[in-house]
Design a protein around this ligand. Structure first.
Ligand code: THU
Length: 134
Protein backbone atom coordinates (compact mmCIF):
# COMPACT_ATOMS: atom_id res chain seq x y z
CA UNK A 1 0.00 0.00 0.00
CA UNK A 2 1.26 3.49 -0.85
CA UNK A 3 1.71 6.15 1.81
CA UNK A 4 -1.27 8.09 0.51
CA UNK A 5 -3.48 5.00 0.75
CA UNK A 6 -2.34 4.38 4.32
CA UNK A 7 -3.14 8.00 5.21
CA UNK A 8 -6.58 7.62 3.62
CA UNK A 9 -7.09 4.44 5.65
CA UNK A 10 -6.22 6.31 8.86
CA UNK A 11 -8.74 9.05 8.03
CA UNK A 12 -11.31 6.31 7.46
CA UNK A 13 -10.46 4.72 10.82
CA UNK A 14 -10.87 8.15 12.47
CA UNK A 15 -14.56 8.11 11.51
CA UNK A 16 -15.08 5.37 14.12
CA UNK A 17 -13.58 7.46 16.92
CA UNK A 18 -15.73 7.68 20.04
CA UNK A 19 -14.71 11.05 21.43
CA UNK A 20 -17.79 12.76 22.92
CA UNK A 21 -15.81 14.25 25.83
CA UNK A 22 -12.83 15.81 24.10
CA UNK A 23 -14.42 16.23 20.67
CA UNK A 24 -10.98 15.29 19.31
CA UNK A 25 -11.09 12.33 16.92
CA UNK A 26 -7.91 10.48 16.04
CA UNK A 27 -7.25 7.76 13.48
CA UNK A 28 -4.24 5.47 13.31
CA UNK A 29 -2.77 2.83 11.03
CA UNK A 30 0.15 0.61 11.93
CA UNK A 31 2.04 -1.06 9.12
CA UNK A 32 3.53 -4.32 10.33
CA UNK A 33 5.53 -7.23 8.98
CA UNK A 34 4.31 -8.79 5.74
CA UNK A 35 2.55 -5.50 4.92
CA UNK A 36 -0.16 -6.20 7.47
CA UNK A 37 -2.15 -3.12 8.46
CA UNK A 38 -3.96 -2.49 11.72
CA UNK A 39 -6.32 0.43 12.26
CA UNK A 40 -7.28 2.23 15.44
CA UNK A 41 -9.31 5.17 16.68
CA UNK A 42 -9.59 6.76 20.10
CA UNK A 43 -12.30 5.39 22.38
CA UNK A 44 -13.22 7.62 25.32
CA UNK A 45 -15.12 6.91 28.50
CA UNK A 46 -17.18 8.99 30.94
CA UNK A 47 -14.58 7.93 33.48
CA UNK A 48 -12.01 9.92 31.52
CA UNK A 49 -8.92 8.02 32.60
CA UNK A 50 -10.25 4.86 30.98
CA UNK A 51 -10.10 6.42 27.51
CA UNK A 52 -7.72 4.84 25.04
CA UNK A 53 -5.67 6.45 22.27
CA UNK A 54 -6.00 5.46 18.63
CA UNK A 55 -2.42 4.24 18.21
CA UNK A 56 -2.49 2.03 21.28
CA UNK A 57 -5.71 0.43 20.05
CA UNK A 58 -4.05 -0.26 16.69
CA UNK A 59 -0.98 -1.67 18.42
CA UNK A 60 -2.92 -3.88 20.82
CA UNK A 61 -5.00 -5.20 17.92
CA UNK A 62 -1.80 -6.03 16.06
CA UNK A 63 -0.03 -7.74 18.96
CA UNK A 64 -3.16 -9.71 19.82
CA UNK A 65 -3.18 -10.95 16.23
CA UNK A 66 0.45 -12.06 16.32
CA UNK A 67 2.17 -9.03 14.78
CA UNK A 68 5.00 -7.48 16.85
CA UNK A 69 7.16 -5.69 14.33
CA UNK A 70 6.19 -2.37 12.85
CA UNK A 71 7.81 -0.03 10.37
CA UNK A 72 5.29 2.78 10.13
CA UNK A 73 2.59 4.51 12.16
CA UNK A 74 0.14 6.90 10.54
CA UNK A 75 -1.65 9.28 12.90
CA UNK A 76 -4.34 11.68 11.73
CA UNK A 77 -6.80 14.15 13.21
CA UNK A 78 -9.08 16.97 12.13
CA UNK A 79 -6.86 19.54 13.81
CA UNK A 80 -4.85 22.25 12.05
CA UNK A 81 -1.92 20.96 14.10
CA UNK A 82 -0.30 17.57 13.70
CA UNK A 83 -1.38 15.00 16.30
CA UNK A 84 1.77 13.72 17.96
CA UNK A 85 1.61 10.48 19.96
CA UNK A 86 1.11 11.10 23.69
CA UNK A 87 3.83 10.08 26.14
CA UNK A 88 2.18 6.80 27.11
CA UNK A 89 1.79 5.80 23.44
CA UNK A 90 5.45 6.65 22.72
CA UNK A 91 6.57 4.17 25.37
CA UNK A 92 4.15 1.48 24.20
CA UNK A 93 5.16 1.91 20.55
CA UNK A 94 8.87 1.89 21.44
CA UNK A 95 8.43 -1.45 23.22
CA UNK A 96 7.82 -3.12 19.88
CA UNK A 97 9.68 -0.97 17.34
CA UNK A 98 12.68 1.16 18.24
CA UNK A 99 12.98 2.40 14.66
CA UNK A 100 9.35 3.19 14.00
CA UNK A 101 8.68 5.88 11.40
CA UNK A 102 5.74 8.11 12.32
CA UNK A 103 3.79 10.05 9.69
CA UNK A 104 1.16 12.54 10.81
CA UNK A 105 -1.48 14.24 8.72
CA UNK A 106 -3.77 17.12 9.68
CA UNK A 107 -7.05 18.66 8.57
CA UNK A 108 -5.46 20.10 5.43
CA UNK A 109 -3.90 16.71 4.67
CA UNK A 110 -0.46 18.19 5.15
CA UNK A 111 2.11 15.61 6.21
CA UNK A 112 4.87 15.66 8.81
CA UNK A 113 7.29 12.85 9.67
CA UNK A 114 9.32 11.85 12.67
CA UNK A 115 10.72 8.72 14.35
CA UNK A 116 9.85 7.13 17.69
CA UNK A 117 13.44 7.53 18.92
CA UNK A 118 13.19 11.27 18.20
CA UNK A 119 10.06 11.48 20.33
CA UNK A 120 11.31 9.22 23.11
CA UNK A 121 15.09 9.47 23.43
CA UNK A 122 16.76 7.27 26.04
CA UNK A 123 13.58 5.27 26.56
CA UNK A 124 13.10 3.00 29.53
CA UNK A 125 13.59 -0.66 28.67
CA UNK A 126 14.01 -4.02 30.37
CA UNK A 127 15.62 -6.93 28.54
CA UNK A 128 13.56 -7.25 25.44
CA UNK A 129 11.85 -10.59 25.57
CA UNK A 130 8.71 -9.16 24.01
CA UNK A 131 9.69 -9.96 20.45
CA UNK A 132 11.16 -13.36 21.06
CA UNK A 133 7.98 -15.32 21.48
CA UNK A 134 7.43 -15.13 25.23
N1 THU B 1 -5.43 10.90 21.55
C1 THU B 1 -5.07 9.85 20.74
O1 THU B 1 -5.91 9.03 20.34
N2 THU B 1 -3.76 9.75 20.39
C2 THU B 1 -2.79 10.63 20.78
O2 THU B 1 -1.62 10.39 20.55
C3 THU B 1 -3.15 11.85 21.48
C4 THU B 1 -4.50 11.86 22.08
C5 THU B 1 -6.84 11.01 21.95
C6 THU B 1 -7.07 10.69 23.38
C7 THU B 1 -8.34 11.47 23.65
O3 THU B 1 -9.44 10.64 23.30
C8 THU B 1 -8.29 12.64 22.70
O4 THU B 1 -7.29 12.33 21.75
C9 THU B 1 -7.94 13.95 23.37
O5 THU B 1 -6.83 13.84 24.15
Amino acid sequence: MKLKDLIDLAFKAKKNAYAPYSGFSVGAVLLGENSRTFTGCNVENSSYGLSMCAERIALFKAVSEGCRDFELLILVSDSDEFCLPCGACRQVLWEFSNDLRIVMSNKKKEVKETWVEELLPEAFSLNKKAKGGQ
